[in-house]
Design a protein around this ligand. Structure first.
Ligand SMILES: [Zn+2]
Length: 376
């Protein structure tokens, strides 16, 4: 990161700290709200705090019990009395005879536990086999893709639930955190072959990934991260990788140099978007897509920082999206800061600095410490 960017970051980093901490005030048990998105809120806040070097484990160790309570085991009403486990977003949602655990809450909670350095959870509380049995059941056998939760009648994934690359990514990330590395490891729990088929079917003709042949930066990041975690990026042809890199680089909105937009009368072109990234063609720049595009690029080529105008991206994030008075980052320069864009804006800056694991969306050092300690 350049010196100016570094200085700017120091000035506002304690504002960011307060911004993220405000969201974590929901942690104390006095708040027994119904908010099913709490695991997402905790995860986004902890990523932001970790990026700004806050000692998250020291600050939030009193809340580990709260997290543990949200880890639920269920015995299914089937002939084998199958045990599954995972996380619920809210205890209010946990009613007897209903399976309220879902993939997204489970991934958010596992990653938050890693950021809390709650190794005791991974070593003594987590029942890896029942958790991965739950993940396994979320796979649709015919399509190879995943849904987020189980059908309450059949206890299996329902083909009428929505399945897409996001849930495929979440399932694979959970398996990876639980120690799966080789194809044989993944095959113990899921049909990896079928999943890879599904992921490859989402390739678009112009490069990148999306549904109905419409490339989308978010889906592209999910697809490439899934392939990276499965050590299967080499399944993509060089031609497709090149097309994808070109598509991603062209998502940077700029009025400088070779990326200068030829048609500035484009209805979605905004001068203040300079350096930012859009998620699809003909859209305005948006902070979160700086992360999704840069993560995708770094998975495809070592040369990624030279392919796009990285100083302009930093400038966009620090001078347009960053809110120096309230802390946090906004979606664009017109909106107020929100937690999702604050998390991904911080993550994009850390990724540029080479300190972030984009596939799992947490700071690299925190994940390395976890792997050293909990190698199961
Ligand atoms: Zn966004």
């Amino acid at each position: 990161m350049c010196q100016v960017a570094n200085d700017l970051r120091k000035v506002v980093s304690n504002k960011h700290e307060k911004f993220f901490e405000r969201h974590l005030q929901l942690l104390p048990s006095s708040h027994q709200g119904h908010d099913v998105n709490r695991m997402a809120i905790i995860f986004y806040s902890m990523v932001g705090l970790s990026v700004f070097d806050v000692d998250v484990p020291a600050k939030y160790k009193d809340h580990l019990g709260w997290m543990h309570k949200h880890y639920i085991k269920k015995t299914l009403d089937d002939v084998d009395n199958t045990e599954i486990s995972g996380f619920v977003g809210s205890l209010v949602m946990d009613v007897p005879n209903a399976i309220t655990i879902n993939l997204a809450n489970t991934l958010f909670a596992l990653l938050s536990s890693i950021m809390l350095k709650d190794y005791e959870f991974f070593e003594t509380i987590l029942d890896k086999e029942s958790l991965l049995r739950f993940v396994s059941r979320c796979q649709l056998p015919n399509r190879g893709s995943f849904v987020s939760c189980l059908d309450y009648k059949t206890n299996f994934a329902s083909p009428v639930d929505s399945d897409d690359l996001r849930f495929c990514y979440i399932a694979v990330a959970i398996l990876y955190i639980c120690g799966c590395r080789s194809k044989e490891d993944f095959d113990r729990y899921i049909d990896t072959e079928k999943l890879l088929e599904y992921v490859l079917e989402q390739r678009c003709r112009s490069g990148a990934f999306g549904t109905h042949n419409e490339p989308h930066a978010g889906y592209t990041s999910c697809a490439l991260s899934t392939l990276a975690l499965l050590s299967s990026l080499e399944m993509l042809s060089d031609e497709f990788k090149e097309d994808t890199i070109t598509w991603l680089v062209h998502r940077q909105v700029s009025n400088h140099g070779c990326m200068k937009l030829e048609d500035n009368s484009n209805a979605t072109y905004d001068q203040s978007d300079d350096g930012g990234f859009q998620g699809r063609e003909n859209k305005f720049a948006d902070t979160c897509y700086a992360f999704w595009c840069l993560n995708s690029l770094q998975l495809l080529t070592d040369n990624w920082q030279k392919l796009c105008q990285i100083e302009l991206t930093e400038n966009y994030l620090l001078n347009r999206a960053q809110k120096t008075l309230t802390g946090g980052f906004s979606k664009n320069d017109e909106e107020d800061a929100d937690l999702y864009h604050s998390c991904l804006g911080s993550a994009a800056l850390a990724l540029i600095e080479g300190k972030f694991n984009g596939e799992l969306c947490i700071p690299q050092k925190i994940f390395n410490d976890f792997c050293k300690r909990c190698h199961f």
